[in-house]
Design a protein around this ligand. Sequence first.
Ligand code: ZN
Length: 332
Amino acid sequence: MSHDHKTVLATEFNLPKGVSEVAAKDPGTYLQFNTQMTTFYQQTYGELSRFFLALRDCRLIGSRCPECAQVMVPAATWHCPMCNFAEMEEVELPHRGVLAATAPITIFPSAAFIGEAPFARGYVDVARDAEVASFLPSRLTTTTGLPRPGIFVKGIELALVFRDERQGTIRDIFWVPLAEVPEALRRKRPLFESDLDFESPVAPAVEHDSAHEVALETALAAMSAMAGKIERSPRAKKDLANRRHTIAFRTGGGDFTMEIADGALRVSRGLPPTSDFVAVVSDPSVFSKWVTNGSLTDAAVEGSLWLPDRKAFGVLPILDRLPRSVRRDVGE
Ligand SMILES: [Zn+2]
């Protein structure tokens, strides 16, 4: 496999090599040298190019060895390492797959994926007819809001989706549960991101019962008490400064609204006429826990708090700071 690269920046951008002295008080003299944090370079995909060129053309291909019949996806090489580098042939793979193992959900991503969390990544078995095949590492997406535990479980059938704009990277594709693809689109090839509706996920139904009603009363009391303390907490006021949110919560004990404005939190019964987003919780004790020592982010990660999108998820860290700020400034 060749990964040729050449420098993008001209050599005059390079800092001169060498060590020089810096006079200082203690221990007297320091040595300094030039260094940098980042290098830019161009790199080819090498033998993987064929796989990514195919993705750009909305085709998913693997390389198949005519001798041992193993299928590689992504087609990382076209010469079988098991069979004395026998030339491998191209096979067109289905746009359906099965999740090989339950996928983890990433909440705190590395720098390259900031702003994209939470997201799920997993291994998809696409070459299911082959006796030996690699699994394709893939991004997994749902049309039902944020990824939650219980969606991307081992064995679930997936449909391949192509981004409308492709450039030849693994981000050109992702997978959604086949069950979320409307019947009329299940045979469409290629299936595009714009064929599916990710913008208006349908909120799950809540189970109403009297235990949840009691839990909501407790939670509302706890949140109102905290709202009162926020007025006496400089830290909490700072957490909320310059923020305006109207969040509608539908719970198994009834609906309520959380309003953030002018550095204050207001909690009231019922749904607002308009809101930033609607969140759904079956068991309102999530909010009592949040006030005492819990985290709404954790509730969203565990799946007990349903959120429509990443923007909604982005509000949770601010809310999660409030109980701690109040405790530090005002006490229990
Ligand atoms: Zn082989």
